[in-house]
Write a protein that binds this ligand. Structure first.
Ligand code: SF4
Length: 423
């Protein structure tokens, strides 16, 4: 039985460790390369990795592409020394052609991990060789036991680890946001007098960013567990809060920061009253088809818990099961506190068993990965692709209505189809 004072924060989890249906961390490169204008992501992987990247990115023709795959051949499995030499040669070639690359990320994959190619060592060696013009950092995008949003987490954690130290009192916002959402967050904070504020990741390598014991940080994405740990190791302190989805989530997130920086209530009200009102009205309009409907979330993006909080509290839905790859209560605890229903919280996945539970529950809306959506639609369930949520601006007040709209659209579409078939 859950304690009403803490919502679902302390509920026992249904832990599943079976077969999973998720994309790998290489997917994150598709949105990360847009946020870091002087970076290049070099995946050390196989043809499969190259295909995944290409299809995730769509068919994009760049004058100067900012990600690519160095393909390991079968012969590399035998000779690790050769693989290192080859990597050095390719990096040399790339950097001599592209003086605009200030940050080079060596991205590990399943094949590079299976053959134990030490990319950390390679990054150190190449960084020393190409400093100060280019910094080389490594992280893993491997799909072995990971989910696709962990690519961003691993990347930001690697950056955080190498940041210079500072004793400056500051706020760091951690997480790659679409520009429009990031601008809104910075504007709201500035109008409350909160500052200085830095963002991880920075747009350019030259943008100042350092970390230390007087740094406090707020996460804008719930999937940044490693980044959280890396910043804490560097002496920074986390400001725990519900995530800025919807009017209530955004207000809770801003209020936690405002408290930390001593912003008075009157200022907080002045800055937030109008956008809060706009957000409430936009959500009410867009969420109308969601009210009273049931919801089942499969584990995919790690956004599931904050989104379930938004959908149950602000859109009137009833959650049956909230599945998520990992539950980090330090990070999503404030959202769990605000979930008042009694859903099942499942962590990890055993896909066949979970599919059976979903079929038995027959939810009005199922949020899941691409691989499950089509078969479930064919069985008559209404689905929403979780991956869309990381490619669409959904944070903060001005996007709250759009966020509700993303979930109500599939329900509207299904109703239209039903009416057409009945007619
Ligand atoms: S990293 Fe692994 S899961 Fe991802 S595309 Fe490459 S081989 Fe596949």
């Amino acid at each position: 039985m859950k304690d009403l004072a803490t919502g679902c924060r302390d509920v026992p989890l249904l832990r599943e460790r079976g077969q999973r249906e998720v994309f790998c961390g290489l997917t994150a490169i598709v949105w990360l390369h847009r946020k870091m204008q002087d970076a290049f992501f070099l995946v050390v992987g196989s043809r499969t990795c190259a295909h995944l990247l290409q299809s995730a990115a769509g068919v994009m023709i760049f004058a100067e592409p900012r990600f690519g795959t160095l393909i390991l051949e079968e012969t590399d499995l035998a000779g690790l020394a050769d693989a290192h030499d080859e990597l050095d040669r390719e990096v040399e070639k790339l950097l001599s052609r592209r003086s605009d690359i200030r940050r080079l990320f060596l991205v590990g994959s399943c094949p590079s991990e299976v053959i134990k190619l030490d990319l950390e060592k390679a990054a150190e060696r190449l960084s020393a060789r190409h400093a100060p013009g280019t910094r080389v950092v490594n992280f893993s995008g491997s799909g072995i036991e990971t989910t696709f949003t962990q690519g961003e987490d691993a990347c930001l954690a690697a950056i955080a680890q190498g940041l210079p130290a500072t004793e400056k009192r500051q706020l760091v916002l951690a997480g790659a946001l679409p520009d429009v959402a990031q601008r809104q967050a910075l504007d709201l904070l500035e109008r409350m007098g909160v500052g200085p504020v830095a963002v991880l990741p920075t747009m350019d390598a030259g943008d100042p960013l350092a970390v230390g014991t007087n740094t406090v940080f707020a996460l804008v994405q719930p999937f940044l567990a490693e980044t959280h740990a890396a910043l804490v190791r560097r002496g920074a302190r986390h400001i725990p809060a519900a995530f800025p989805f919807g009017e209530q989530g955004t207000t809770a997130w801003l209020r936690a920061i405002a408290r930390e920086f001593g912003v008075d209530d009157a200022t907080f009200e002045t800055v937030t009253a109008a956008p809060r009102d706009r957000a409430r009205r936009a959500v009410a309009r867009a969420a109308e088809p969601l009210s009273g409907r049931s919801l089942f979330l499969f584990p995919d993006s790690q956004l599931e818990i904050p989104l379930a909080r938004f959908l149950t509290r602000e859109c009137g839905m009833r959650a049956i099961e909230i599945g998520t790859p990992y539950v980090h209560r330090d990070i999503v605890g404030p959202d769990m506190e605000l979930i008042a229903d009694d859903p099942v919280f499942s962590e990890g996945q055993d896909v066949e068993r979970q599919l059976d539970r979903a079929r038995a529950a027959c939810p009005d809306l199922t949020v899941c990965g691409l691989g499950l959506a089509n078969p479930l639609e064919a069985e008559g369930l209404t689905t929403k692709w979780a991956i869309e949520l990381v490619f669409t601006p959904i944070h903060f007040y001005e996007q709250a209505g759009d966020l509700a709209g993303l979930f109500s659209r599939p329900i509207r579409r299904r109703e239209t189809l039903r009416l057409e078939m009945a007619g």
